[in-house]
Design a binder for this molecule. Sequence first.
Ligand SMILES: NC(=O)c1ccc[n+]([C@@H]2O[C@H](COP(=O)([O-])OP(=O)(O)OC[C@H]3O[C@@H](n4cnc5c(N)ncnc54)[C@H](OP(=O)(O)O)[C@@H]3O)[C@@H](O)[C@H]2O)c1
Length: 330
Amino acid sequence: MMNRQIVLAARPTGAAGVEHFRLQEAPIPSVGEGEVLVKTRFFSVDPYMRMRMNDVKSYAPPQKLNEVMGGGSAGIVVESRFSGLVAGDAVVMGGGWQEYALLPGKTLRKVDASALPLEAYLGPAGMTGVTAWHGLFNIIAPKAGETVLVSAAAGAVGSVVGQLAKQVGARVVGVAGGAEKCRHVVDDLGFDACVDYKAGDLAAALQAACPDGIDGIFENVGGVVMDTALRHINTFGRVAICGLISGGYGGGKMPMADITMLLTQRVLVKGFILSDHADVFPVALPALATKVAAGEIKWRRTITRGIENGAAAFIGMLAGANIGKALVEV
Ligand SMILES: NC(=O)c1ccc[n+]([C@@H]2O[C@H](COP(=O)([O-])OP(=O)(O)OC[C@H]3O[C@@H](n4cnc5c(N)ncnc54)[C@H](OP(=O)(O)O)[C@@H]3O)[C@@H](O)[C@H]2O)c1
């Protein structure tokens, strides 16, 4: 029995492409004491993986060359020598881009695949949802009637942020690329408005969508989108910097145009990396799973089928090909 895997074959110097990855075969290893062998059903393709392709100082070590691309995945236990899991259990894990993952049993999270589709635990009922939860509730902490702006609003994290903010009575405005994404954000997800940042005159569109200014910015994008939003920030506004994908995560600089409003409006700006906040998971995960099951958090996924298409799915997500969570079904 062989295991198909995608490894990082080369580090990009500019834009990442499928040529930086390689599909290879390796034997499936035997299961040691305390270990579990899982057949992957889905793996996640996430923006942060682009950063890990660079050999630069960051919050986590770089992805190693010629090793399996790391990342979140979900699957079914094939063989277990760990007391808490048996064959047939559904689990979420850090299994990466491969058909079979052998991991210490204690690193796996058993999930109820009869309550939610398995892939939901990689999306709104998993790390994605907890990211939204933490930045929104622990940094922005919106009050009813306040305006919250969410960039990459049609994406995995942004779509959850906006729905959670609506549930506490905020007015929620999204920013997304293209008319179809904006339609989805308003009509399907229930945001109050959505600005298409690709349509031109972002400043006028934001002004029209946020007539009372902006109290909280959940920033997934940075660059022009964030600079323009900051011009509308209200006094004592809060900015949760979750991601800066408009910089491409290629290791280059991400300048800010003007910080005057941060001083004059006494704005809190806080970047966060979810892995620093293990305490949020036990609070957020059950609440998110309940909301997803009840239909209170709607979600879409963009699923690419076949491990051989994994690298293309990742590159497509970086370019905005996804609506909702970008996943590969192995
Ligand atoms: N801090 C943390 O711990 C943490 C954890 C998870 C995720 N994140 C960050 O959260 C953000 C969203 O992640 P996600 O997993 O939910 O991905 P996602 O939003 O589902 O997918 C990425 C989206 O980024 C948008 N995008 C790409 N290039 C852009 C550009 N130049 N300008 C504006 N938008 C651009 C695209 O949407 P459009 O078509 O709308 O452009 C694309 O669909 C990312 O920045 C990610 O790094 C941070």
